[in-house]
Design a protein around this ligand. Structure first.
Ligand SMILES: NC(=O)c1ccc[n+]([C@@H]2O[C@H](COP(=O)([O-])OP(=O)(O)OC[C@H]3O[C@@H](n4cnc5c(N)ncnc54)[C@H](O)[C@@H]3O)[C@@H](O)[C@H]2O)c1
Length: 283
């Protein structure tokens, strides 16, 4: 692996591009939206400055990282020489399909295609390409430069060679990869989302208010952030979407989203990004 292309420069894509460039890869960061691309490059530089101020990197490392990063608007022109392509566009199946088909049609034969999806089946995404053996889930966590885990998701046809290459690459990025099988929510969201949902049921039923529910989980279970605060951070629409994936994927009522969560999303109270969720945020 030498050349990595990251498609989508939003929350996840700019973080993925940041860690890849910092680890020495030549990185093309592609976004269809020019303003989003500019914002991503500014944010990466800001995050590098923060690391510099904390003496986690040197000025030379900052400059070398920026030199290895190349913003681009076109997928097909960017992936021509790629070894690894990491897709991080929004969680909309039709959008991922068009992006993956375009990348697959022009990328070199041996290139590996990875998706950062948090809930869509890797096997389904792989089937939209001509390289299901060289297709894999590379599930990073937010904020990418800080979070150690990469959940490496093996689709039905993913080859051992692809898994080995991606495990090695994730380690090279300074991450700890954990290999899991393709299944709704993988491991991370299958365990996390029912916990968040149950916390919302507690709130809905008046078992405790938001602070009380979160304090119990922080102080009693050593969670750094309570589940309701975490739900606001992730986005309540994202939580609802993932719970629906679990509910539909397993056809098991234990995954049914709490009516309060549905109501909050209907009201546009999505958490940090809208200024209100289970808490009020500084907007
Ligand atoms: N945000 C999280 O905490 C988180 C965590 C893990 C995984 N994920 C997954 O990562 C993926 C991206 O999520 P995000 O939060 O970074 O989204 P985001 O909305 O912040 O960013 C998506 C970016 O993709 C760009 N884009 C849209 N269409 C495009 C196209 N056709 N070609 C190129 N770029 C295009 C947008 O302009 C935007 O900049 C999703 O699959 C999500 O489920 C998100």
């Amino acid at each position: 692996m030498k050349k990595i292309v990251v498609i989508g420069g939003g929350t996840m894509g700019n973080g993925i591009a940041h860690v890849c460039a910092m680890s020495g890869y030549s990185v093309k960061l592609v976004d269809a939206n020019e303003q989003a691309l500019d914002r991503a490059m500014i944010l990466i530089e800001k995050n590098l400055d923060r690391m510099l101020a904390k003496e986690k990197i040197t000025q030379a490392q900052k400059l070398e990282t920026l030199e290895r990063l190349h913003p681009a608007l076109s997928i097909s022109q960017s992936v021509l020489e790629a070894d690894l392509i990491i897709e991080a566009v929004p969680e909309i199946l039709s959008l991922k399909e068009s992006v993956l088909r375009e990348a697959d049609s022009v990328a070199p034969e041996n290139a590996i295609l990875a998706s950062n999806t948090s809930s869509i089946s890797i096997t389904k995404l792989a089937s939209m390409t001509s390289r299901s053996d060289r297709f894999i889930g590379m599930h990073f966590f937010n904020p990418v430069p800080v979070m150690k885990l990469v959940e490496v998701v093996r689709g039905l046809d993913t080859s051992q060679r692809t898994v080995d290459a991606i495990m090695k690459t994730a380690e090279f990025l300074g991450k700890t990869p954990v290999e899991v099988q393709d299944s709704p929510g993988f491991v991370s969201n299958r365990v996390l989302m029912p916990m968040i949902n149950e916390a919302i049921f507690c709130l809905q039923e008046g078992v405790g208010n938001a602070e009380q529910v979160d304090e119990v989980m922080k102080l009693g279970m050593a969670h750094p952030m309570g589940p309701l605060r975490l739900a606001d951070f992730i986005g309540l629409d994202v939580c609802l979407n993932i719970l629906n994936v679990l509910y539909e994927g397993f056809k098991d009522p234990k995954y049914r989203p709490s009516p309060l969560l549905v109501k909050m999303v209907d009201a546009g109270k999505l958490g940090d990004k809208t200024g209100q969720g289970f808490y009020l945020h500084g907007k």
